[in-house]
Design a protein around this ligand. Structure first.
Ligand code: ZN
Length: 303
């Protein structure tokens, strides 16, 4: 299933791209807050699975095609199968308790960035106020703003000391993320300022939705790419991670208690602007497109 934040309300996206409002469809059992899916993720997932991926309910034809606009939320009485307008989607997890971000987690990016692999994955945070949705316009601060497309893991069931073999059972699903980074502040000091330099407003686009693992053939090997105004900048596969998703969950939870709705940005492949010759940064008027196979696409405009 695909779980989204549509106009600030928890929604399921059906196979044909329409939306089901969860609060309406569940009679108030879940929602409308998108975070309500994580009060008891297993219970929510069981409810959503039981109702079926395209079970928007009977009567959408009877509702007529012109009594509401395309992409309207499907409710019990007013049903529409038109795909949702991406501009109405917010970050699928708008208020995570914790956001983990992993640095230099692809071999070729570690090489371009000049870092040898550490025994622990390099871990920082992106402050939650930097989250934005999958179709967003971001104001460029002073400095050099760079792209980092990343697969983002959404924790469904938390835990401490999660074993590698059990790690996937704790995952609600996957989403696409951009770890936008202002390189001047990140790198000018004697110690790197990862968390601050990557947390300007809008610097954490996520979405377009959470895709659950049952919809993904091999969640450990997905094509991942990003492009600026159509020019491909990053193009890799998530199977090239140094620490794969189960290993990240095991190593993070060996220290920190993971909580439902937590996000893990799993690192970016090579091709960042800062390591290009000459360096290339985002400019006003440009559009960044970030895509992960079987998960979705983010569109981020800059001004
Ligand atoms: Zn990153």
């Amino acid at each position: 299933m695909r779980v989204a934040n549509l106009d600030g309300r928890l929604a399921l996206i059906t196979g044909d791209g329409a939306a089901v409002d969860v609060a309406d469809a569940s009679g108030g059992l879940f929602g409308p807050d998108p975070m309500s899916a994580f009060g008891d993720w297993a219970r929510f997932a069981a409810w959503a699975t039981a109702r079926g991926p395209d079970d928007a309910g009977a009567g959408d034809d009877a509702a007529g095609a012109d009594d509401a606009g395309a992409g309207d939320v499907v409710t019990g009485r007013h049903e529409h199968r038109a795909p949702v307008d991406p501009a109405r989607l917010g970050p699928p997890i708008p208020r995570p308790a914790q956001i983990f971000a992993i640095g230099v987690n692809y071999r070729e990016h570690a090489d371009e960035a000049g870092y040898p692999p550490d025994s622990m994955p390099v871990t920082f945070t992106k402050f939650a106020s930097s989250l934005t949705g999958p179709d967003a316009t971001v104001d460029l601060p002073e400095g050099h703003v760079d792209w980092e497309v990343e697969l983002v893991v959404v924790i469904g069931t938390g835990g401490h000391h999660i074993r590698r073999d059990d790690a996937w059972d704790h995952v609600a699903g996957l989403t696409v993320g951009q770890d936008l980074s202002e390189r001047v502040a990140q790198l000018e000091g004697t110690k790197p300022q990862f968390s601050l330099a990557k947390s300007h407003p809008g610097f954490s686009p996520t979405g377009p939705w959470i895709v659950t693992l049952d919809e993904i053939d091999d969640p450990s090997d997905l094509a991942i790419s990003c492009a600026v105004d159509g020019d491909t900048m990053q193009d890799s596969r998530t199977s090239r991670m140094i620490y794969d998703i189960p290993e990240l969950i095991a190593r993070l939870s060996a220290v920190v208690t993971l909580l439902p709705g937590d996000l893990i940005f799993t690192g970016t492949p090579s091709g960042i602007g800062n390591r290009r010759t000459p360096p290339r940064f985002l400019r006003s008027g440009e559009t960044l497109t970030s895509a992960i196979e079987s998960v979705g696409t983010l569109t981020t405009r800059f001004r």
